[in-house]
Design a protein around this ligand. Structure first.
Ligand code: ZN
Length: 423
């Protein structure tokens, strides 16, 4: 059996609610990341889109305050006085060709004085211009960021890498994962056939055709195509319409999913980090905004966890959506240099990411345990803890729970608001 087919992500009873469990998992992840920062005296800022300021600032600031109150309360009780704060702020303004930088702290590099003053190598500059002006094939639709690695190495491989657009993959199947040491050992979660989670995925005008798990907009299958966006494939429902649109806007789909598959999306920055790590310390991974439909110049929480775990903290973190986020489990690139080397890099980086997910989720749950949480989320906090306690020998489990949680598509802000009481 390649998947966990339980009613909840970590429980299997008639009252299991995977949505509530996903809320707890992702709130714990955000709290773990934030608490570990301020514990060490390093402030952490979560950013919103400055263009939403008038509409959303007050509620966003309140969400971040919930995180701060919970984390600071926990650190106060455990007699470690917080020396950093968790703050709300604004992401840098989005514009065509703006970048998110991952800076390799371990190599002693500092963030550039301003991300607006991009200083690239000559070859990097040329490639950046090609990407920014969309002269190379890449995804340019909703949420389009393109990964890019500038390379200042003077010996060996000195070429920059890009464009690295978000790619849709099938989650690795455990039946074959023994041949693929990078795949997580713990099975992924796929809702059972009778789960109500499948209801919005039943394609309009069909009796038994379901949109596979993980697909972006997959829960819009019962809806008519939206009049507000193009429908290049003449799809009969909004879920298939969005998939067709993403393909027409240049997203690469690796493999065609069936309802017994899970799909995930690997963002450009993540691909760029594997490449940067592979090429050595004189490289910088970037994510460049392309197209006109991307609104936030900030990294999603799931990317941020990966970036911080690997020592490339992002310029800015948002608390929006990381729908069906996934790292790489196999070498992927049209710039493959050495597949064997790439496998080793993926294995090492994924191991580091798994170890940090383990640390952050455990810490976040401890914080949650003592925090003012909503009554309807308390049983799920205990259930996630119990699940982790029962699986301590498998270090992939916390990271797998995060991957599972983000297959339930929701903004992290909403999940945090549903889990933590306002302070
Ligand atoms: Zn991301």
């Amino acid at each position: 059996m390649p998947y966990r087919r339980t009613r909840g992500i970590v429980t299997d009873s008639p009252s299991s609610d995977p949505g509530v469990e996903a809320d707890v998992i992702m709130t714990a992840a955000a709290l773990g990341l934030a608490t570990s920062h301020i514990k060490g005296g390093v402030p952490l800022r979560f950013d919103m889109d400055p263009r939403d300021k008038d509409k959303d600032w007050n509620s966003f600031e309140a969400t971040v305050k919930r995180l701060h109150t919970a984390a600071a309360g926990y650190l106060g009780r455990t007699s470690r006085l917080p020396t950093g704060t968790i703050e709300a702020g604004f992401a840098p303004l989005h514009r065509q060709g703006a970048v998110i930088v991952g800076v390799y702290h371990m190599a002693g590099q500092e963030p550039p004085p301003s991300v607006a003053e991009l200083v690239l190598s000559p070859k990097g500059e040329a490639l950046y211009e090609e990407i920014r002006n969309e002269r190379l094939p890449q995804y340019v639709g909703r949420g389009a960021y393109t990964g890019f690695v500038d390379n200042r190495n003077t010996v060996g491989d000195t070429d920059p890498v890009g464009p690295l657009s978000t790619v849709r993959f099938l989650a690795p199947d455990l039946d074959v994962s023994h041949e693929s040491p990078m795949a997580p050992q713990h099975p992924r979660w796929l809702p059972p056939d009778q789960s109500p989670r499948w209801n919005p995925r039943l394609r309009r005008n069909t009796r038994d055709s379901y949109v596979p798990w993980g697909l972006i907009a997959g829960d819009k299958a019962t809806k008519e195509p939206s009049a507000g966006i193009p429908n290049p494939t003449n799809a009969e429902n909004e879920a298939d319409q969005v998939t067709g649109l993403m393909r027409s806007q240049g997203m690469v789909f690796e493999g065609e999913p069936t309802p017994s598959d899970i799909v995930g999306y690997t963002h450009g920055m993540i691909q760029a980090i594997y490449k940067a790590y592979h090429l050595g310390p004189n490289t910088t991974p970037y994510e460049i905004t392309v197209g006109t439909q991307t609104t936030k110049l900030a990294s999603c929480l799931t990317c941020s966890l990966f970036m911080v775990a690997l020592g490339y903290p992002p310029t800015s973190i948002h608390l929006g959506r990381g729908e069906s986020w996934m790292p790489l489990f196999e070498p992927y690139s049209s710039h493959a240099r050495s597949e064997q080397d790439e496998r080793a890099v993926i294995r090492d980086l994924n191991n580091s990411w798994q170890a940090k997910c383990d640390e952050w989720l455990a810490l976040g749950l401890e914080v949650l345990d003592q925090a003012a949480t909503t009554d309807d989320h308390r049983p799920a906090i205990a259930a996630v803890r119990k699940y982790l306690d029962a699986n301590t020998r498998d270090k992939s489990v916390p990271s797998v729970l995060i991957l599972d949680a983000v297959t339930i598509h929701e903004s992290e802000t909403t999940r945090i608001d549903r889990t933590l009481l306002s302070s």
